[in-house]
Write a protein that binds this ligand. Structure first.
Ligand SMILES: [Zn+2]
Ligand SMILES: [Zn+2]
Length: 165
């Protein structure tokens, strides 16, 4: 959904508001078994003394298996994003400047990029997730298994054999 920003750019102290709900077909390809709810987007573009700023809140849920224990884990995200908008990139050194070509902002693509940057690299059901036993696959959050905790030291194994003789 392109946002027409003609008026807000040329009129000091003007403001437009928007309220959208975006559904992305391609977001799930960013990670295995990653699924997203529709993304609720609510915000405004304001011209304050010639500085045009976009502020919005993205409200959504996503789910993905935990990286350690593989349990499907849903996260709720409500995050505010702020970008300064400019008509050209000239003289602007900040990475936070979004260039608006022809007074039209592609809000759909911008929200998509913001959300992908917001996703954590590690996705855990909890910071203290114990993961799966590497030997039997038991989910250690649900209880311990009967596997030996540490791999047997080969030197100890030799000693064990000697003692058994
Ligand atoms: Zn986990
Ligand atoms: Zn085990």
């Amino acid at each position: 959904m392109p946002l027409e920003l003609n008026n807000v750019f040329v009129t000091p102290d003007s403001k437009i508001e928007f309220d959208d709900c975006f559904v992305y077909d391609d977001l799930s390809s960013e990670g295995e078994n990653l699924t997203f709810s529709p993304i609720k987007v609510h915000g405004n573009v304001t011209n304050t003394g010639g500085l045009v700023e976009l502020t919005y809140t993205a409200d959504f849920k996503y789910s993905k298996p935990c990286d350690r224990c593989l349990t499907d884990t849903q996260k709720t995200v409500k995050k505010k994003f702020v970008h300064t908008l400019a008509l050209s990139a000239e003289n602007e050194e900040s990475d936070d400047i979004v260039v608006v070509t022809g007074y039209t902002l592609d809000l759909f693509s911008l929200v998509r990029d913001d959300i992908l940057l917001e996703l954590p690299i590690k996705h855990l059901c909890s910071e203290t997730c114990l993961g799966l036993c590497p030997q039997c696959g038991q989910n250690l959050n649900e209880g311990s298994c009967n596997c030996k905790k540490e791999a047997v030291d080969p030197r100890m194994a030799v000693l064990d054999e000697l003692l058994q003789d």
